[in-house]
Design a protein around this ligand. Structure first.
Ligand code: IYR
Length: 230
């Protein structure tokens, strides 16, 4: 393939793209081992306070930011907090919301569904984990003259980026969980975010505590999560 070859489409330059392919046997082996590796991931709620280099967090964010997005707008911002004082403020505000949620906003059925996960209104991981990354979605972009332009498929785009972020965290040998205090608008306030950004998910990131327990869960089978039309 001539990699210097380009093509003009609608006046925009397109570059020749090359990617790895594998013989079927190798493809089978790789797809199975990727699944086995991803299947080892668990949401962890008990964190060690051991530090993680900032460069690692930057690499995780850049990995997530390779996600596809509507019209390539990349409508996300990853806010990484290691400042202890700020983490304490975030924990305090998150727990205040969670207290209301657990005590009055969540249905009985929801509370029952969560019993096996073992969560409650207390969120010590926000202070213990060396980093917390709050992902904001950008519902619109603001250009130089101040006019607003809505982004496209924002939830889909940011959701995919978050999935890739989780996978990058797993690949680095670190753990996380998806924390979604609701409502989440206190996060934009505490972090001084602009009006076009909405908090999406909070990820504590770090090492698990030396001895850590997770719920004994089963994942659904291929039959339960798929339907093939051949
Ligand atoms: N946002 C709350 C409640 C919660 C909700 C679901 I759905 C979970 O899978 C886990 C927790 C919290 O973070 O505790």
């Amino acid at each position: 393939m001539d990699r210097t070859k380009t093509r003009i489409i609608n006046g925009f330059e397109h570059i020749a793209y090359e990617h790895a392919t594998y013989p079927e046997e190798e493809m089978l082996r790789r797809s199975r081992s990727y699944y086995d590796w991803l299947n080892k991931r668990r949401s962890v709620r008990e964190f060690s306070d051991k530090t993680v280099p900032k460069q690692v967090i930057e690499n995780l964010i850049m990995s997530a930011s390779t996600a596809p997005s509507g019209a390539h707008k990349q409508p996300w911002v990853f806010c990484a907090v290691s400042n202890q004082e700020l983490k304490s403020k975030i924990r305090e505000a998150a727990e205040a919301e969670e207290k209301l949620s657990y005590e009055s906003r969540m249905s009985e059925r929801w509370i029952k569904d969560l019993a096996q996960i073992g969560t409650d209104m207390h969120k010590p991981f926000i202070e213990t984990a060396p980093w917390i990354v709050i992902v904001f979605k950008k519902v619109y972009d603001i250009d130089e003259d101040g006019s607003k332009h809505n982004n496209y498929y924002v939830n889909e785009s940011v959701g995919i980026a978050c999935g890739m972020f989780i996978s990058a965290i797993q690949n680095a040998g670190l753990v996380t969980l998806t924390h979604t205090p609701s409502p989440m608008n206190f996060l934009a306030k505490l972090l001084g975010r602009p009006s076009n950004e909405r908090a999406y998910i909070l990820f504590p990131i770090g090492y698990a505590q030396e001895e850590v327990f997770v719920p004994k869960l089963e994942r659904k089978s291929i039959e339960e999560v798929s339907c093939f039309y051949e």
